[in-house]
Design a protein around this ligand. Sequence first.
Ligand code: C5P
Length: 225
Amino acid sequence: DADGPLAGKRILVTAGPTVEPIDPVRYIANRSSGKQGYAIAAALRNLGADVILVTGPTHEHIPAGIETSRVDTAREMMTASQSALPVDCAIFCAAVADYRPAIETTHKIKKERGGLTDLPLTENPDILKSIAQLKDGRPQLVVGFAAETDDVLGHAEAKMKRKGCDWIVANDVSPGASCAMGGSRNTVILITDQGDETWPEMSKDDVARGLAERIAKTLSKPKIV
Ligand code: C5P
């Protein structure tokens, strides 16, 4: 919608898991479905934003009218996110693997040759942190996600400080919580500089619409210089 409240705003959304190869046939991955990130990308587009979606492998359909970059690894997600800059707002919904195998082999690891009993890991770059802490060209609004299993609010507030983002959308992913990864519903706590709000359980599409509206309100406020 070219007349929507986000018309003319460029917004980066990362979504889905990253997959980190061990050898040509094996990888490390996680349970992220990409549903929440794709829903956010679509909701922002519906309000008129130019959305750039950087996505790990998922089974979700790419929403129409959204520039999409498909990646596998965290390092590829980092490069694709950086090349999307400058943006007015960046939302980091992806479940990025914290670690990747330190050595990637180009041949299949064979059990007969000693196999795979040890897997040395090395840390992946933190995409959210690096973009939130940019000195030049930082997006006006940087939003991170926090999937936690205990002390959701405490961990999320600490994460916001550590990463340097403006908002955190926190959710409880402990088994039995209403938003188990892969499901279509979510219960979130939105933490902003105004404090924290617990939203009632709702569909991921409704969470996305709610966030998109908040983002539209925030970006339309005149910048204080
Ligand atoms: O530290 P943790 O992984 O829990 O932080 C989650 C937030 O940071 C999410 O917004 C996620 O997309 C982002 N993140 C990232 N790059 C990483 C790790 C996390 O952008 N390497």
